[in-house]
Design a protein around this ligand. Sequence first.
Ligand code: NAG
Ligand code: NAG
Ligand code: NAG
Ligand code: NAG
Ligand code: NAG
Ligand code: NAG
Ligand code: NAG
Ligand code: NAG
Ligand code: NAG
Ligand code: CU
Length: 628
Amino acid sequence: MAKLTGACLVVLVWLLALASAATVTYDFNVTWVTANPDGQKERPTVGINGQWPIPAIHVNVGDRLVVNVLNLLGNQSTSLHFHGLFMQNATHMDGPVQVSQCPIPPGARFTYDFVVDQPGTYWYHSHIHGQYPDGLRGTFLVHDPHSPFKDMYDAELVLPVSDWYHDQMHNLRAILISKANPTGAEPVPNAALINETQDLSIAVEPGKTYLVRMVNIGAFAGQYIWFEGHNMTILEVDGVYTQPAEASMIYLSAAQRCSFLLTTRNDTSANFPMVASMDIDLFDQMPDDLNWNVTGWLVYDAAKPRPDPAVLAAPFDPFDDMALVPWDNQTRFGEPDHSFALDVVMENLGDGANYAFFNDITYTSPKVPTLYTVLTAGDLATNPAIYGGHTHTMVLAKDEIVDIVVNNRDPGKHPFHLHGHNFQVLWRSDDDAGIFAAANTTAAFPATPMRRDTVVVHPGGNMVLRFKADNPGVWLFHCHIEWHVQSGLVATFVEAPLDIQQSLPALPADHLAACAAAGVMVEGNAAGNKGDRWLDLAGENAPPGRLPEGFTPRGIVAFVFSCLSGILGVAVVAWYGFADGSEVQGGGPKQGLEQRAGTEAVGSAAEGGEDVVSAGGASQAREGVGAR
Ligand SMILES: *[C@@H]1O[C@H](CO)[C@@H](O)[C@H](O)[C@H]1NC(C)=O
Ligand SMILES: *[C@@H]1O[C@H](CO)[C@@H](O)[C@H](O)[C@H]1NC(C)=O
Ligand SMILES: *[C@@H]1O[C@H](CO)[C@@H](O)[C@H](O)[C@H]1NC(C)=O
Ligand SMILES: *[C@@H]1O[C@H](CO)[C@@H](O)[C@H](O)[C@H]1NC(C)=O
Ligand SMILES: *[C@@H]1O[C@H](CO)[C@@H](O)[C@H](O)[C@H]1NC(C)=O
Ligand SMILES: *[C@@H]1O[C@H](CO)[C@@H](O)[C@H](O)[C@H]1NC(C)=O
Ligand SMILES: *[C@@H]1O[C@H](CO)[C@@H](O)[C@H](O)[C@H]1NC(C)=O
Ligand SMILES: *[C@@H]1O[C@H](CO)[C@@H](O)[C@H](O)[C@H]1NC(C)=O
Ligand SMILES: *[C@@H]1O[C@H](CO)[C@@H](O)[C@H](O)[C@H]1NC(C)=O
Ligand SMILES: [Cu+2]
């Protein structure tokens, strides 16, 4: 009897679960709109259904999400990535172009369809051509009826922060990856935004507790965030519940999320500023007219003034995410089966432009999306060689424990993100610690490490990330500064390829149709070779060649700067940049396209080539997507 009741209960629970798991559908027409969120400049912006900001996606844990995309941009391809979602059994829905799908060309439809099985705060964005900072970026909230914190708050607020450029990415990218910019100085944003606007008023009630979900949906800048007169109790980072931790200031790099409780005051006698302040350490140059802060207000009484924020002195001291403990107390995975050391290096190549490298590889898109290589390679799929010399592909066996040791040999901060997983953050050094020294630090690895999907390595520092390869798929590991994706700071994990082949016997028709329309091959190795040529990479996309030993424009420029006066140094840079007339920065979009042609295989690189418009408005793939 007891047994029977138990069995009935199980069935009942299962039926209930089934009944409550809904299918949530969004129809997204991707369109150009005009936006001016900082009030300084109207610009063409990528919106959805004629609107920008684009809508937030809301689902419950367990729901199936269907997003029907129709690309109505006319002159650019697109794709969507759902940042932080594991895409279990659905690696082909992950979104990065030339990795797990082809570009969605103008006029094409493409459906993302997957089950969401994790709670928390996420976002979605384009994963092609550095397109998302042009507007295609929005929040993605997974509500959890069983959240351990559900009784602790009265209402929710979703507050993305971001950076904003007045110019479009295709122009800025041409300026970044150019002989005229040998140091690789990243374009500096024109403004910071909260909820994609400025001077946001957030109506709050006194004596209430809000769950505030913050997401940095920006391209480049990390942001310091604080609320005057209020503290935050952190409960979640990147979809991982944490033991509650109190903070008075947090830092969110591009792509990081944090949700926290914010309890309002008991009286309505004043309104309080909140500030998001871009991390100017990241900027190589500071334009005179740049305001790197954005202010919003917790408005208790709309009739009362909205005071200016108090000025805080840098350096700031935000909450250290390494101090967080996951709510589930997941302990450190055992010793790694595989440990990959990835050194972050910025260097010039033979075209004089600056590129980003993991070890000696700057990512360059394969001609065949890596997932499609997996699916068509048979048993050869476990051989990393077929994925080419410039995709930095590491093949993992099912369920092995993997360490990524990041040695940042660059003086900048980099927020590293892994698709398809959270990683346990076992170790993060201070600035300038050099190469990770295992003997000195493994003893310091925490028993219940902090977990998230995006973590910042310090300038000149190192870190150790550990994960379990329990999610067959093709997953990128990359810096989430979009400029560094463009310059090649990307690697690829091919996880349990034979399992992928089994779980994904056929691709949906719209995936193949997108490839056909974009002129991208769907079979073969990274170069598109197959048959008896699976190990022949002839014809693969490659970055520009190396400079001769000892000759780097960056080194020469640095030398000149250190020896001569600033004026002479500037003259040399100008001479270098303008020496070749065809490289003169004219600025216009046409100029951008022409200039890009030479470096196509790289930057767009991470995500496939650019499109050009043909008279009919259809797109034609250029170098880098394997059209030839
Ligand atoms: C998307 O565009 C198509 C074709 O113009 C139109 O039929 C459809 O109604 C649009 N959908 C939405 C949600 O705007
Ligand atoms: C943020 O903007 C969206 C529209 O894009 C709006 O629906 C939402 O209410 C805003 N949030 C706050 C807190 O004002
Ligand atoms: C595409 O169209 C938009 C909107 O008209 C325009 O601003 C942009 O410069 C065009 N070209 C490219 C390469 O995106
Ligand atoms: C993925 O597939 C495996 C094997 O069929 C199954 O056990 C698992 O529940 C699936 N996961 C999801 C989220 O569908
Ligand atoms: C916030 O926390 C700090 C330190 O934990 C404390 O000194 C401060 O009084 C708190 N502020 C508020 C408004 O609770
Ligand atoms: C608000 O009032 C409640 C109940 O009187 C008290 O417990 C709480 O500490 C007060 N909160 C603040 C921020 O003053
Ligand atoms: C931005 O805010 C910080 C913190 O208050 C302050 O130090 C800095 O001067 C502000 N910058 C500008 C341009 O106002
Ligand atoms: C994790 O450990 C803490 C004590 O350190 C405990 O309070 C908490 O309940 C544990 N969480 C779970 C999910 O077991
Ligand atoms: C490692 O520890 C040894 C002994 O404590 C010390 O001599 C050495 O400098 C340390 N190395 C690093 C890289 O910290
Ligand atoms: Cu970076």
